[in-house]
Write a protein that binds this ligand. Structure first.
Ligand code: ME8
Length: 505
């Protein structure tokens, strides 16, 4: 099978469980969900998310709350799962790094690396940033602080296991040269290439003086939290030669991350995979930040938005729409409730919600609530016949804003058509055929809109579908559901209901 037809596997970072989730965390998970839902319409797809539960950062958060790390993570995980459900994130699996299925496989990885001579025992003497869970060379510090987050670093001196990362430098450079789009966006690719050209140090992959992690069998100490965490992407799908899930889905199609963790995913991760005899993922996409007044939204800055409250105010699907529509995926973009509110009012309530409401109201008023006969031919088919293929490609290329703009072309066209042809005048003048054709086209257009928007707004489009009289399956294969104008059957009884996007208090 070519990689185009291959089963689709999408992952998010696994989130540190050192506090409550914020909008940044739900953002990456929503993006993964939109991709998984798109892929599922035409091929097998698997969507993985989860929580990163080991390490000093989580242990410190638990200690500050007066709890053992296990009790702390057990209490917090349901909150994250509840949030992802609230946002309709249809993950196929949620991995926790404290689960036995993961721990056992991480230990197996260590054994394998050890057996192959890819690890050796050495002395780590250097700096460590707990917030980033990262070892730093003295030369990389900025004013003696962590170059990523600016926090204080700790001096560490312990006997650790080292992974021969430096031995993979040539292969990494070659991989980058041969696959110029495997790390996106281009700015991150260039940044990684510069790091590789700078030279690679071997990586300490254990901690000897700290115990909240995966124990290293026979030797003692625990696995470094980043190695433990990265492995989730393969342990969750059963990493082993004879596991059907693993064979179907590895290598991953799209691994989504924020740009702060690109080095781990685009340099360390492929090297570890190669050491295990596995292939590197097809694509690492490092997206930008949601910012508030120019600063990255983060718990430590204290500028986080509560995603539970946002869903309550705007509805989860409207927040999903905003996050995918607001900026080209990859770049930073600024967030505010005013911006969500503006999009909600213009795009969702005035454009889409109003189109559904007035179309169904007129089907009700002029045709007794059943969809009138289809026109023999519709010019809309010429113009929008290729829309599904276009939108699918845009979504899978992570061009969410472009996809939504393409879809809104159809929304705007249908609204304009109603405004220009004035169905109330057609009715008054007895031009019933023209009136029927116009309303039929609007219903068929709305059917297509519901299908295309389903990956972005799964719940609101299900409601559109219900009001349209449930014409078939909303998530059927897009190409078949788009074959020819006229798939919504004349005579279907519509059931207009409450407004899709009601006024917000
Ligand atoms: O880094 N804007 O976990 P983490 C956009 N456990 N996305 C944001 C964001 C923002 N302001 N803030 C957070 C870790 N994110 C590790 C990952 S993976 C093997 C281990 C998103 O809890 C973004 O996806 O710090 C970022 O990479 C992730 O949350 C970081 O989550």
């Amino acid at each position: 099978m070519s990689s185009v037809e291959r089963a689709y596997y999408v992952t998010t970072p696994i989130y540190y469980i050192n506090g409550n989730p914020h909008v940044g965390h739900v953002y990456t998970t929503i993006v993964a969900d939109a991709l998984a839902r798109t892929a599922r319409t035409f091929r097998p797809a698997f969507f993985l998310t989860g929580t990163d539960e080991h390490g000093q950062k989580v242990a410190n958060a638990a200690a500050a709350a007066g709890m053992s790390p296990q009790v702390w993570t057990d209490e917090l995980v349901p909150r994250w799962q509840e949030l992802f459900k609230l946002y309709h994130c249809s993950y196929d699996d949620f991995i926790r790094t404290t689960q036995a299925r993961h721990v056992e496989k991480v230990q197996r990885v260590f054994e394998q690396l050890h057996a192959r001579g890819d690890v050796y025992l050495g002395k780590y003497e250097g700096w460590y940033c707990v917030h980033e869970e990262t070892f730093w060379l003295e030369s990389k510090l900025v004013d003696g602080r962590c170059p990523t987050c600016g926090r204080e670093v700790q001096w560490i001196s312990e006997d650790d296991w080292f992974f021969r990362l430096s031995a993979y430098r040539e292969r990494l450079i070659e991989h980058y040269q041969r696959n110029p789009t495997w790390v996106q966006p281009r700015s991150v690719y260039n940044e990684m290439m510069a790091l590789l050209r700078d030279g690679l140090e071997d990586l300490s992959i254990s901690r000897a003086t700290f115990d909240w992690g995966v124990p290293i069998p026979r030797h003692g100490g625990v696995i470094y939290v980043w190695l433990d965490a990265l492995l989730n992407y393969i342990t969750a799908i059963g990493w082993s030669e004879d596991d059907a899930l693993f064979n179907t889905y590895w290598p991953a199609s799209t691994q989504l991350i924020g740009k702060d963790i690109a080095r781990f995913h685009a340099i360390i991760w492929p090297a570890i995979l190669w050491a295990l005899g596995e292939a590197a993922p097809d694509l690492i996409f490092a997206h930008g930040w949601i910012t508030v007044e120019g600063q990255k939204m983060s718990k430590s800055v204290g500028n986080v938005a509560d995603p539970f409250a946002l869903a309550q105010r705007f509805g989860a699907d409207s927040v999903r729409y905003f996050l995918l529509r607001e900026a080209a995926f990859g770049s930073d973009f600024s967030y505010s409730e005013e911006k969500i509110s503006a999009r909600y009012t213009s795009d969702l309530a005035n454009d889409l919600g109003n189109l559904l409401q007035r179309t169904l109201a007129m089907v009700q008023r002029y045709f007794g609530g059943t969809i009138p006969a289809a026109p023999a031919e519709s010019d809309l088919e010429h113009r929008f016949g290729g829309l599904a293929v276009k939108v699918r490609a845009e979504l899978l290329e992570l061009r969410f804003r472009d996809a939504l703009e393409s879809i809104w072309d159809l929304v705007a066209t249908l609204n304009r058509r109603i405004d220009e042809r004035k169905p109330w005048v057609l009715q008054k003048e007895g031009r019933r055929d023209e009136l029927g054709s116009l309303l039929y086209d609007c219903c068929e257009g709305l059917r297509r809109l519901a299908i295309l928007l389903h990956p972005v707004m799964p719940e609101r489009t299900a409601e559109m579908w219900r009001q349209l009289g449930k014409p078939g399956l909303i998530d059927e294969d897009w190409s078949t559901s788009f074959a020819g104008w006229g798939r919504i059957a004349a005579g279907t009884r519509v059931s207009p209901g409450s407004s899709l996007f009601p006024k917000i208090a």
